[in-house]
Design a binder for this molecule. Structure first.
Ligand code: NGO
Length: 519
């Protein structure tokens, strides 16, 4: 209902704009009203009008990004903008160029110049061009995200933006184990996170309740562990086939998102043990579990079959994952002694490297000397963690996901109908107001690869639930990962102005009372 009203309003507004020539070139959006905030913004000169005469020019190497831009502009404008190698003189053009541009733009930065006659986007790579395209889309009026043609003036404010990320790793995580989410839902999530220049999607593929990824050498993992009824409280079930997974990898790559698969071990393995009782120490299958308790299951550290299983899984997972990281969980191994945990990690962390991947795990892995070459994901509640700081001194890299800041499954406040609250309540400002580079004592910015916003799905069944918990907080974490400075007042204003874009796309975000939402 609210969405329909908003569309109606947008139509009325756009009709007014269309019939008021004096307003014709005044852009609806200020240059720099972009999330995440760009590094440098210099408004000047006159605005660019996107019309049906506009062409998109791009070298062959950047064709895919140009096509994606043309696709994104089509539904709301109704224009079929041609993608050409070079525009003829006098034609209004959006031109994309990638090559050896300024060094400071790095692998993902871009320079966007908007003048009356043309928009130029330059980058060192297609990833940079894609990031620039996301900025350009936000500089058009929010109606650009409508699914059907709108009468509007498609004005882009004049000026220049130079932009590049603070951290190389900007991630989101989705838990497919507690409630399975379909490939279509995952794709929709990829679409949404990539708009905020998030470049990694971590998939939590196994847990006590269910196993969600096909492994050929252990087929019962999915036929039993992914069977109907393996979601929390007996809901749903399901798993990704290898074909599904490869398709997701391909889809994500087209949006410059790298998939990071996680198999959680040695704890959180009840579903695997139901399917293969030899993975328990006594060889007896445990009962299936669809409650949300944690920390009770463990692989049998002293049995060789454990390591055959782990190696098979890592080998098959590595073979279908082009990205550099493979996450092996490692959290809440409360059913494993400290010695056993070390024994396990000293064997398993090097295995990941043997299959060509960088081992990534929850921060508990920092106890193991082999974690020196690994990446630890910090999910604690405090700003001190001596074990992690010691590992960092030895070379471990860190991705920051403090649970009381970055967990998207925490309730916003006590009235939030979904989510958990064990790490506290996380309103938008709490998610935004911390610095990943200085947060943890003994973990300097140089050791921080970036940030990740995990979304655990004990209470989340479908895409509506996911969107309500992820947005707007994911935008806050994305800005911490990308932008050089943190400015709540500015973020709050830009986020409020962003709301109508989610509305246009039918994303059911949480209307935090901390934000003055436009529209
Ligand atoms: C914890 C736990 C998960 C829960 C999650 C819920 C980690 C790393 N282990 O985070 O099993 O699903 O909290 O918020």
């Amino acid at each position: 209902m609210r969405t329909r009203l908003a569309v109606l309003l947008a139509c009325v507004l756009s009709l007014t704009a269309a019939s008021a020539p004096a307003e014709a070139t005044r852009p609806a959006v200020a240059l720099g009203s972009v999330v995440p905030a760009p590094v440098e913004v210099r408004p000047h000169g006159s605005a660019f009008q996107l019309t049906e005469r506009t062409v998109i020019a791009a070298p062959r190497s950047a064709r895919a990004v140009a096509e994606r831009l043309a696709e994104a502009l089509r539904p709301a404008t109704g224009y079929r903008l041609p993608v050409v190698d070079r525009a003829r003189g006098g034609t209004p053009v959006i031109s994309l160029a990638s090559g050896r541009e300024e060094a400071r733009l790095g692998a993902e930065g871009y320079r966007l110049r908007v003048r009356r006659s043309e928009v130029t986007l330059r980058a060192n790579s297609n990833a940079g061009l894609f990031a620039g395209v996301q900025t350009l889309l936000q500089l058009l009026p929010p109606a650009i995200d409508a699914a059907t043609p709108q009468r509007n003036r498609w004005t882009v404010p004049g000026g220049e933006i130079v932009d590049y990320p603070r951290f190389a790793y900007r991630g989101a995580m989705l838990d497919l184990a507690r409630h399975f989410h379909t490939p279509a839902e995952i794709k929709r999530y990829i679409d949404e996170i990539s708009r905020f220049k998030v470049n990694h999607l971590h998939l939590h593929l196994s847990d006590d309740q269910g196993w969600r990824i096909q492994i050929d050498s252990w087929p019962r993992l999915t036929t039993v562990g992914g069977a109907p009824g393996t979601g929390v409280d007996g809901a749903g079930g399901g798993y990704l086939t290898k074909a599904d997974y490869r398709e997701l990898v391909r889809y994500a790559a087209g949006r410059y998102v790298t998939i990071v698969p996680e198999i959680d071990m040695p704890g959180h393995v009840n579903a695997a043990q139901v399917a293969y009782p030899e993975l328990t120490c006594d060889g007896v299958a445990p009962p299936p579990r669809t409650d949300t308790a944690v920390g009770y299951s463990s692989l049998c550290i002293g049995k060789e079959v454990t390591y055959r299983f782990v190696e098979d899984v890592i080998r098959e997972l590595a073979a279908m994952t082009p990205g550099p990281y493979l996450h092996i969980g490692g959290d809440e191994a409360h059913a494993t002694t400290d010695d056993e945990y070390l024994t396990f990690q000293e064997r398993v962390l090097p295995l990941v490297a043997r299959y060509g991947k960088i081992a990534y795990g929850w921060n508990e892995i920092a106890q193991a000397p082999a974690a020196r070459r690994a990446v630890a994901q910090y999910w604690g509640l405090t700003t001190e963690n001596a074990t992690l700081a010691a590992a960092v001194a030895g070379g471990t890299k860190v991705i920051m996901s403090p649970a009381n800041r970055a967990y998207l499954d925490m309730k916003y406040d006590p009235a939030t109908p979904l989510g958990l609250n064990w790490a506290g309540y996380i309103e938008v400002r709490t998610a935004y107001d911390w610095d990943p580079g200085t947060y943890l004592t003994g973990v300097p910015e140089s050791a921080v690869l970036g940030v990740e916003a995990p979304l655990w799905s004990e209470t989340l069944r479908d895409l509506d639930d996911i969107e309500f918990m992820a947005f707007p907080r994911l935008a806050a974490i994305a800005e911490l990962g990308w932008s050089p400075a943190r400015d709540w007042a500015s973020f709050r204003t830009r986020l409020g102005a962003y709301g109508p874009r989610w509305e246009q796309r039918g994303v059911g975000f949480y209307r935090s009372p901390q934000i003055d939402w436009a529209g």
